[in-house]
Design a protein. Sequence first.
Length: 313
Amino acid sequence: MSDTIRSHSTEALPGSIDATLALLEAQDYVADRPLATVLFLALRMGRPLFLEGEAGTGKTEIAKVLSAALGRPLIRLQCYEGLDVASALYEWNYAAQMVEIRLREASGDTDRDAMRAGIFSEAFLIRRPILQALDGAPGRAPVLLIDELDRTDEAFEAFLLEILSDNQVTIPEFGTIRAAEPPIVIITTNRTREIHDALKRRCLYHWVDYPAAERELEIVRRKAPGANADLARELVAFVQRLRAVDLFKAPGVAETIDWANALTELNAVALDPAKVSDTLGVLLKYQDDIARLAKGEGQDILAEVKRDLALAG
C-alpha cells in the first residue's frame, strides 16, 4: 500500500499505522502502537476519535500534533459548565443588526421581508468553533478539538450528537450549512462524569493511560532536552512510583516535563531529599498531597528509586 492516502484534494493522511507513528514521531509525540492504530483508523474511516484518560496524559496534544503535521487549521472548543449553542455554534451580531434596522428605517426602507433577509445574512453571522469547523474546504478540513467534554451537561451532548451524525447544522433564519468535507474531530474527557453511550458509539475510542517508564523517559528527553541523563532517569522513576501512591491527583506527563525543566533551572544533576521537598509544588497541585510526601514518604520513595537504579546499573 502507498504510504499515504489522499483526501478530496492534495492534503495527505497517513496510509498505514507505521506512517501514523512516523507522523507523530516527527512532531515529537511519543505514542505507542495502540494509539497510532486507532488514530490511523479514525483518519481513514472519517470517524471522530474519543480520547479518555486522566488529566495530563497528552490527549489534547494529539489534536495539536495532527494539526501541525497535516497542515490543517486547529479549531478548539474548550468545554465548561453551562456551555451553550451560542458559544459553541453560532450567534447573531445583535448590536450590528439593530444599527442596520435603524439605518434602513431612517432611509425609508420599511420592507419587512427585505429587512429580515438583510439582517439575517452572512454579514451578521458570528461563527463559533463548531460552525467554523464545518466551513473547511475539501482537502483543508480543520482539526476540531472538543476538549474536556465531561465539563458540559447532557443537553450539550445531545446537540453535539446531531452535529457529529450529519456534519451539518440548520440555522432557522439562515438555512442549512453542510460541511464540504467533515472535519477531523478529536474529543477528550478526563472522566469526571460518564459520557452517554449514544455519542461514544459514533466515535472510535481510546483510553490514554500514563506511559510506561521507558516511554516517559523518552518524552522527557524530547521535551526537556536540557535535563541531565541521570536526573531524567531518577525523576521518571520517582514519578512512576508516585502514581502508585493514593494521592488526590497523581502527576501527569505534563508535570513530569515541568519538573524536569524546573530541576534543570536549578542546575540539578541528580535528585536529593532537599530538591524533592523544595520542588514538590511543580509536581503536585494539592496541599494534602504535598504535605504527605513532605512528612517522609517522598524520602522513602527517593531511597527506593536510588536503590533500584543502582542495582540496575
